[in-house]
Design a protein around this ligand. Structure first.
Ligand code: NAG
Ligand code: NAG
Ligand code: NAG
Ligand code: NAG
Ligand code: NAG
Ligand code: NAG
Ligand code: NAG
Ligand code: NAG
Ligand code: NAG
Ligand code: CU
Length: 571
């Protein structure tokens, strides 16, 4: 008995030492590439000519070095979505926030460590609209090789995306000038639209499975603007992690996933040998209804041993997806999940709060320029704001915000982002949707909220009914946060504080704030830097639904941000 314990310990020690930290190095050549989808050849921006881009695999504890060489005609930066970037804010990536752009023919090397998190994340361009085609999976494997669930037979990235019929940069130049919206032409699974679209019968993602085996789907919503529902006909899922944080295993036959979110999903090939569609369709709410891509993408799951030539061949079974505005399904999925207490990297909720913020999220209108033609509602341009501040990137100021902070340069941003909205009203009253009293944004601003190092911050995100009540996936750079509670209507501290889960709430980097409702998050600002907060619906982000947390240095060199790397791009 003792001996076997000894051998086990020895074997375990060997395993750990074999799995000691390594350096994972990649070169990303950003380049144009002609790609054919929906019968038409389009030139898109890619990394290394791949769409979706290359997958990065690391183990928790590894150092990552990525040389980004820009051979495209556009400015670019790369963001490592969900990676904490502890004391490495210079590698976070959002343009004008933590760095200036990598211009055409220039390069920048991103260097950071991956610690205290494991699961599925992703990387994407964080410059202009390039993330539409410049993105890929970033998978953090456990250093020990052990999951807090039985080892799956295979791991399969499932990148959900969308396809624009044209050059996204050109499309959006027009869209932003006219101030309206332009839906994508198709949704995609691992870059492929599937057989419901013209000319796409042979551009369908196919997953071959072995009967009885369990697969880990590493699912990412990289779509530009849409929440998605995902199903596989006649199969159920067990969700085991979200945004690279383990959850109490959650059984469901449908996944709801917002742009920016990821989910680690187990699925067992336990149905009769056959073929089954995997399908994704949008979850969109909002009255008056917004213009969106109403199509469905499909892939196919085929069992080994299934023969299309056999006598009993039948068409693949089609899953039944919910109606696009099925909020009860989305809400049930998002609100029924808890973290897996005691799992690797589990973090307890900090109980003392230093900063309380209440932030309204609005879709607004911006007045059309006198000489312009605008095609948004009322002939104006769409806009968006947080606490009635519509964020604008500090373009042409010579420095990114993080450099301005580091070098004490004034005039790039101000530190007066408000803790509360300027006026309190019935935020979720459907009657205010088109009330011109609330509709128009104030002038654009570049405001940050300063935070003391290691302070605990609680934010209530309150959606409003201005324009229409949509579900906004709010993403925080540099941290994951606990989601204490979420519900519909106006948040009321006295009435709603008993709903807070302070024991085992989910810990994630993107929260889909319910349409016509609110969500409360809490995080510890233990990482100095400039941390972008924004809606991951890119239209909204481009319209100004953003703000920034400036987290100050701690008291010692080891709790301070080091100086910028020598090759940090200059504006
Ligand atoms: C698909 O092709 C058909 C026939 O070629 C055409 O009528 C239809 O407009 C096409 N649909 C799309 C979405 O391009
Ligand atoms: C088709 O037939 C094979 C062999 O007879 C059987 O194993 C399989 O389960 C059948 N598939 C379906 C979908 O009925
Ligand atoms: C499989 O799913 C289809 C609809 O997607 C349904 O009609 C059928 O009853 C299901 N079969 C089983 C065995 O659950
Ligand atoms: C999830 O839903 C089930 C069934 O409605 C309920 O019993 C359970 O308490 C819910 N869990 C959470 C964390 O909301
Ligand atoms: C409108 O006028 C401004 C200032 O004269 C100019 O910068 C802008 O390009 C014009 N816009 C259009 C759409 O003509
Ligand atoms: C910026 O200002 C702070 C406080 O005034 C000072 O401690 C720091 O040395 C300055 N940094 C630079 C790079 O000038
Ligand atoms: C936003 O700010 C503008 C200008 O300061 C003001 O007129 C408007 O009432 C504010 N709207 C809201 C909803 O706070
Ligand atoms: C941050 O504060 C927590 C207590 O809330 C403490 O345990 C931790 O050591 C602090 N971290 C640093 C780096 O000071
Ligand atoms: C590219 O980035 C540089 C440096 O930030 C900036 O000056 C230039 O205006 C950008 N070009 C475009 C087309 O955005
Ligand atoms: Cu949004």
């Amino acid at each position: 008995m003792k001996l076997s314990v000894f051998w086990f310990a020895w074997a375990f020690a060997l395993l750990v030492s074999m799995a000691s930290a390594a350096t994972v190095e990649h070169t990303f050549i950003v380049q144009n590439k002609a790609v054919t989808r929906l019968c038409k050849e389009r030139v898109i921006v890619t990394v290394n000519g791949l769409y979706p881009g290359p997958r990065i695999d690391v183990r928790e504890g590894d150092a990552v070095i990525v040389h980004v060489i820009n051979k495209s005609p556009y400015n670019i930066t790369i963001h490592w979505h969900g990676v904490f970037q502890l004391f490495s804010a210079w590698a976070d990536g959002p343009e004008y926030i933590t760095q200036c752009n990598i211009r055409p023919q220039k390069s920048y090397t991103y260097k950071f460590n991956v610690i205290q998190q494991e699961g599925t994340l992703w990387w994407h361009a964080h410059s202009g609209v390039l993330r539409a085609t410049v993105h890929g999976a970033f998978i953090i494997h456990p250093r020990s090789g052990l999951f807090p669930f039985p080892k799956p037979y295979k791991q399969v990235p499932i990148i959900l995306g969308d396809w624009y019929d044209g050059n996204v940069v050109d499309i959006y130049q027009q869209v932003l000038l006219l101030g309206d919206v332009r839906p994508s032409a198709a949704y995609t699974i691992n870059g492929l639209p599937g057989d419901l679209y013209n000319c796409s019968r042979n551009q369908m993602f196919k997953l071959k499975v072995r009967p009885g085996k369990t697969y880990l789907l590493r699912m990412i919503n990289a779509a530009f603007n849409n929440n998605l529902f995902v199903k596989i006909a006649n199969h159920s899922f067990t969700v085991v992690a979200m945004d690279a944080s383990y959850i109490e295993p959650y059984a469901t036959d449908i996944i709801t996933i917002a742009p920016g979110q990821s989910a680690d999903v187990l699925f067992k090939a336990n149905q009769p040998i056959g073929s089954y569609y995997m399908a994704a369709s949008p979850y969109v709410v909002g009255q008056p209804e917004v213009l969106f891509d109403t199509t469905t993408t499909r892939g196919i799951v085929v069992y080994e041993g299934y023969k299309t030539s056999s006598k009993n061949y039948s068409k693949p079974i089609v899953p039944i997806l919910p109606h696009f505005n099925d909020t009860p399904i989305a809400h049930k999925f998002f609100s029924n999940i808890t973290s897996l207490m005691g799992a690797p990297h589990w973090v307890p909720v900090p109980l003392e709060v230093d900063e309380h913020m209440f932030i309204t999220i609005n879709i607004n209108l911006e007045r059309c320029p006198k000489n312009g033609t605008c095609q948004g509602v009322f002939g104006q341009k769409f806009s968006a704001s947080m606490n009635n501040e519509s964020f604008v990137h500090p373009v042409g100021k010579g420095y990114s915000m993080l450099e301005a902070s580091f070098y004490n340069v004034s005039g790039v941003y101000t530190t007066d982002f408000p803790d509360k909205p300027p006026i309190i009203f019935d935020f979720t009253d459907p009657k205010i949707a088109l009330d011109t009293k609330y509709l128009f944004t104030p002038p654009k601003s570049t405001k940050v909220k300063k935070l003391k190092f290691n302070s605990t911050v609680e934010v209530v995100f309150q959606n409003t009914q201005i324009m229409n009540a949509q579900s906004h996936p709010m993403h925080l750079h540099g941290f994951s946060f606990h989601v204490l509670a979420q519900d519909f209507g106006n948040f009321d501290y006295t009435k709603d504080k008993h709903k807070f889960n302070l024991v085992n709430p989910i810990f994630r980097n993107t929260i889909a704030v319910p349409a016509g409702g609110w969500a409360v998050i809490r995080f510890q600002a233990n990482n100095p830097g400039m941390w972008f907060v924004h809606c991951h619906v890119d239209d909204h982000q481009l319209w100004g639904l953003d703000m920034v947390f400036e987290v100050e240095n701690g008291p010692t060199p080891s709790t301070s941000l080091p100086p910028p790397p020598a090759d940090l791009p200059k504006c």
